[in-house]
Design a protein around this ligand. Structure first.
Ligand code: ADP
Ligand code: MG
Length: 738
């Protein structure tokens, strides 16, 4: 920190790099605090994925307690990720009482934290979703410290803090009850099969250790969200309870002028986001970009990518920080995928790749992808996985909320396909057709000419710029973007954990298919030849060709074409969840040992249950808003119009424009009342269904159409009833008051 900076009036006297990781108990902190031999023993046990022994865990617990208490911590908490798309915590004080009365001193207060408390806790788990895996009498669940994720503190406004211990959450029998356990397993599955393939391609000489020992999944999550004024938000029960508006019309101007995307960040928003960044830097979350998104009041932040398990922790911390800091700035963050109908919804683009323990990105096409067989083998493994398990990937991103976005005309649709870009598509076609590649790698077309395609001019003051190997296709749900894939269909509200778990597992299985094909091709040869590799690459290019699509994913013609290609077009979440029961998907998940049978069954149950609950909560909210806000406002206006008309008749007025409006109101109000009664009845019937999957399908098929019909009439009334009588803040106020 410079003296100059210290004396300037800036929110923080530190450079971001100085703040980075300040609230994280890093390995370096641990090394400083522990005797060398204890630290070495910790590293050994952590890397070997063993449970820590008592002496080591007690020493680490003592060290982290001192570190945390020096920073204001009074409590510790295991921090875990139940299947609720959010995190859970239960705080315990370091405080303990020691009875030393035998020394004649009475009771003493002391601060303690034992190794056993660090390693595990036993929350009363009966109130978390378990999908029937735990009955109430067997309600015990355990949280266990995930030593690969660092502990951190989060301070409160009053200067005290809590020490958080990232944990997994499992049942008494060791089944995963959370999002993290399965993600960890899937990362190991990818690592295992990727290493097998790599060591087959590049075997170590006899007697030497393998060249690659671990492969990491890397993840960068672009997080989109809306920020609206909190006072206005507070007046909308639908936003408060459901996170989205159930009624409301678009203002005449919304996103047509394309002036919000990358526009100037509103000052209150910028002030909040920069505070979010400072908080996250301290937690070691490397936020890198911030910008306005397409819709008014919509924004995005994205971090520098990290190893996937940590990236998921960090995405959850990011959402939490945005939520908390927005509150301080009298804003409300909306993470719902579709808070406002008719304008852009929010996603969480999951940028995904694989990296070796030597830091090489396995999806980097390099200068000449056509001869980079390792890259091509990994590329076709991804294509093969998405082709074979596209339905499963669709299940991983499905929810009642994301359904409002998927398939709408502005978000990746319910058909999962892969975009590769012109260059890679040509590379694959040339291999498939056994012909030379059209010359794409010439250096002159690697730079963009500033005169565009036609003019051969240069602007001498501007440098030539390098061109990516791929162009952009914003409509693809799963796009190759330079040296990674971008899974765009993931919802903004959900934890990235489940979709990434499914993706990892499908890739792990696919990599083992590729390795098996290569082994078969090699026959007795100890090393695969280039011809062997090419033959395998070609085989998978051909088999997975239907999943590659370069065109407009939003077009109607794609729906027809995809059907011809045999690709699934899954239109709603309950249908998507059925993919978890599909034999191909199920066998693969079990075989890779990422889920066991009862975990999979419980997932299926929880997803359906959650869907039905979400829809029923929306129904309850809509009914109450119509009954207590919309209809009373309509009646009041109708009464005042009727009274006016009566008075006008009394004075013999001939002109009566009020009468036209009065006549328009009646049918809308009548229809609204009729549909509300119907919705009340049907929702009771749906509520009474016991079986979760039947209930969710019924909620989708029977309740959503009625909700739409109600919305249409409510929105008509919003356009007629005077502003002063309409108690619900409108889109205009919500979207343009930040
Ligand atoms: P864009 O989507 O416009 O291409 P960026 O290139 O900035 O944006 O990348 C978006 C996200 O992708 C960032 O979070 C970035 O860290 C992440 N990313 C970049 N490379 C990788 C990689 N190899 N693995 C995973 N994520 C990556
Ligand atoms: Mg992106």
């Amino acid at each position: 920190m410079s003296e100059q900076r210290k004396s300037a009036i800036i929110a923080s006297p530190y450079y971001p790099s100085e703040l980075y990781g300040r609230n994280v108990f890093t390995l370096k902190d641990m090394a400083n605090a522990l005797p060398k031999s204890v630290f070495a023993s910790f590293l050994r046990q952590m890397r070997g994925r063993q449970t820590l022994d008592k002496a080591t865990s007690d020493a680490v617990a003592h060290a982290v307690r001192i570190w945390a208490m020096d920073r204001g911590a009074t409590h510790f908490s295991h921090w875990f990720q139940p299947q609720t798309d959010t995190t859970a915590e239960k705080h315990d004080a370091f405080l303990a009482l020691k009875n030393t009365s035998f020394l004649g001193e009475g009771v003493h207060a002391i601060d303690t934290f034992h190794g056993s408390e660090l390693l595990q806790s036993e929350p009363d788990a009966s109130s978390f979703p378990s999908g029937g895996m735990r009955t109430t009498f067997e309600a015990r669940g355990y949280t266990i410290w995930d030593t690969t994720s660092p502990m951190f503190i989060q301070p409160h406004a009053n200067g005290t803090a809590v020490l958080y211990i990232p944990s997994v959450f499992i049942s008494y029998n060791g089944d995963a009850l959370d999002e993290k356990t399965v993600l960890l397993r899937s990362s190991e599955a990818v690592s295992r099969t990727a290493c097998t393939l790599l060591n087959l391609l590049d075997p170590a000489p006899p007697g030497h250790p393998c060249i690659v020992n671990q492969v990491f999944t890397t993840l960068g999550t672009e997080q989109e969200f809306f920020l609206v004024d909190r006072a206005l938000y507070a007046l909308r029960p639908d936003l408060k309870i459901c996170g989205r508006s159930l009624i409301g019309n678009l203002p005449p101007r919304h996103q047509q002028l394309e002036d919000h995307y990358f526009g100037k960040l509103p000052s209150r928003v910028l002030s909040a986001i920069s505070e979010v960044e400072l908080e996250l830097y301290k937690l070691g979350v490397p936020l890198k970009t911030r910008h306005n998104e397409v819709a008014p009041a919509q924004f995005e932040v994205a971090p520098i990518f990290e190893e996937a398990v940590l990236a998921v922790d960090h995405n959850l911390l990011t959402m939490d920080a945005i939520h908390k800091v927005a509150h301080r700035h009298k804003l409300k963050a909306l993470f719902h995928e579709k808070p406002f109908a008719g304008i852009n919804g929010s996603g969480k683009h999951c940028n995904w790749s694989l990296s070796t323990d030597r830091g090489e990105n396995l999806l980097d096409p390099t200068e000449k992808p056509e001869t980079n067989y390792r890259f091509l083998l990994f590329l076709v493994a991804v294509l093969h996985a998405v082709h074979k398990h596209g339905g499963l990937l669709r299940a991983g991103i499905s929810s009642a909320s994301n359904d409002h976005r998927l398939g709408a005309n502005e978000a990746p649709p319910g058909i999962i396909s892969v975009f590769l870009g012109e260059h890679l598509t040509e590379v694959l076609r040339s291999i498939e057709e056994s012909r030379p590649i059209k010359n794409f790698s010439r250096p002159e077309i690697q730079t963009i000419k500033l005169g565009g395609r036609v003019l051969d001019v240069k602007v001498s003051t501007l440098p030539n710029i390098a061109r990516d190997l791929t162009d952009r296709n914003r409509t693809s749900p799963f796009a190759f973007t330079g040296n990674k894939f971008e899974f765009r269909a993931v919802g903004s509200k959900q934890s990235p954990s489940f979709p990434v778990t499914l993706l990892n597992t499908a890739i792990a299985s696919s990599l083992s298919d590729v390795a098996a094909a290569l082994r078969e091709q090699m026959g007795d040869r100890p090393y695969p030849t280039d011809a062997d590799k090419l033959a395998v690459i070609k085989k998978f290019i051909v088999s997975s060709k239907p999943v590659c699509f370069e065109g407009d994913n939003y077009s109607d013609s794609w729906v027809v074409e995809a059907e011809k290609r045999g690709l699934l077009n899954i239109r709603n979440a309950p249908d998507a969840f059925e993919q978890l029961q599909d034999a191909t998907n199920r066998d693969m998940l079990l075989q890779q040992k990422v889920f066991n049978d009862s975990e999979l069954q419980s997932r299926y149950h929880i997803l359906h249950e959650r869907y039905a609950k979400d829809v029923l909560i929306e129904v309850g909210t809509l009914l109450s808003m119509i009954n207590t806000m919309v209809l009373p406002a309509a009646f009041e206006y109708r009464k005042s119009l009727a009274e006016t008309c009566a008075s006008l008749v009394a004075i013999g007025s001939k002109d009566m424009p009020e009468r036209t409006i009065l006549d328009e109101l009646a049918p809308a109000i009548t229809a609204l009342q009729r549909d509300v009664t119907k919705l009340e009845e049907v929702s009771k019937e749906v509520e009474a269904i016991e079986e979760a999957s039947v209930k969710s399908h019924a909620a989708c098929e029977r309740l959503l159409p009625l909700m739409d019909a109600i919305r249409a009439n409510a929105d008509f009334l919003e356009h007629r009833v005077p502003d002063k009588t309409w108690a619900i803040p409108k889109y205009t106020e919500l979207l343009f008051t930040s």
